[in-house]
Ligand binder design. Structure first.
Ligand code: FES
Length: 117
């Protein structure tokens, strides 16, 4: 499915519980698969961000990358950087943004919003 990275229609999202808040500490990341989406969820200073685990440069996994700054993850393959808040490609060789998914916390559970058809 092609995801429109930042313009999700709230009426066309289904929130899926992925973990307890306590299971994802500050600085940690969690890899999950929901439907056809491989997703990485980060806890950065107590806030949660979810990106697709796919690099727009060459479709490699990006979620294992190191953070180059607070919100910028570097793809382990060729070093393209993405802002995990927006999915924006902020450095070459990637020029296309990657999907981000909305995240909310309900009753101590982390939920990721997945687009429904
Ligand atoms: S696959 Fe990520 S920078 Fe090339």
């Amino acid at each position: 499915m092609n995801v429109n990275y930042t313009e999700f229609n709230a009426d066309k999202l289904e929130y899926v519980e992925i973990a307890n808040v306590d299971d994802l500490s500050n600085g940690e990341r969690l890899f999950v698969q929901i439907d056809d989406f491989d997703i990485v969820v980060f806890n950065i200073a107590g806030k949660f961000y979810a990106i697709a685990d796919i690099c727009s440069h060459d479709d490699g996994p990006v979620g294992d990358g190191d953070f180059e700054s607070e919100f910028e993850i570097a793809c382990p393959r060729h070093g393209a950087r993405f802002d995990v808040r927006t999915g924006e490609a902020v450095s070459l060789p990637a020029t296309i943004d990657i999907p981000v998914f909305p995240v909310k916390v309900e009753d101590g559970k982390i939920e990721v919003g997945i687009p429904i058809e």
